[in-house]
Design a protein around this ligand. Sequence first.
Ligand code: ATP
Length: 205
Amino acid sequence: MFVIALTGGIGSGKSEAAKQFTNIGVPVVDLDVIAHELTAIGAPILSEIKNIFGHDFFNKDGSLNRTKLREHVFNNPIERLKLEALIHPAIHTKALEQLAENEHNSHPLYQILVIPLLFENNRYDDVINKVLVIDCDENHQISRAMARSQMTESEVKAMMRAQVTRATRLSRADEVIINNGSLTELSENISLIHKKFIKTCIVSK
Ligand code: ATP
């Protein structure tokens, strides 16, 4: 199984890039999507979150108040570790299951594994063959992240400071797509890199 880790800073365009890989038929496993599914209303893990963090982090309809919990753990490292200890192993198990299912069902030449915080943890090192970084300049990152999530500029900047620097990310990339232009340009760059990955996979088979 050839797995490309797709990563990038907040608002860099990881989800857009992932969508475009899906559009051209490459299987995508996304840790953020899995995290959402595992904490969707009615999911078993919610009762464990409630036991640890209390009812305050839940909306009236029983759904998780993600914004409140995110802010809480962002400001409390010990609380963050508690949450991570609960959900990261479950995300890991699910991600490996999905990769194996894709492999079994469609025998793709390669798969994309979206790992937003790739360089902040090493849990996936064993399954990754190459690292693709989606990069854009910080002004784009801030405006796009704000437009998408209703976070304020200072909240986005705080998130950026909590992540590895762009320089670190770029130094550890095998491939980089610069996403400073339009979505059409992003799509063209995804097509180009797709051809390159296909060649790499064929050569390394
Ligand atoms: P996060 O880390 O917050 O999950 P992300 O890296 O997944 O973010 P996206 O959600 O793909 O980033 O992009 C952030 C916002 O910017 C989205 O609204 C997306 O549609 C938009 N966007 C991404 N790339 C471009 C682009 N090249 N042109 C215009 N808008 C873009």
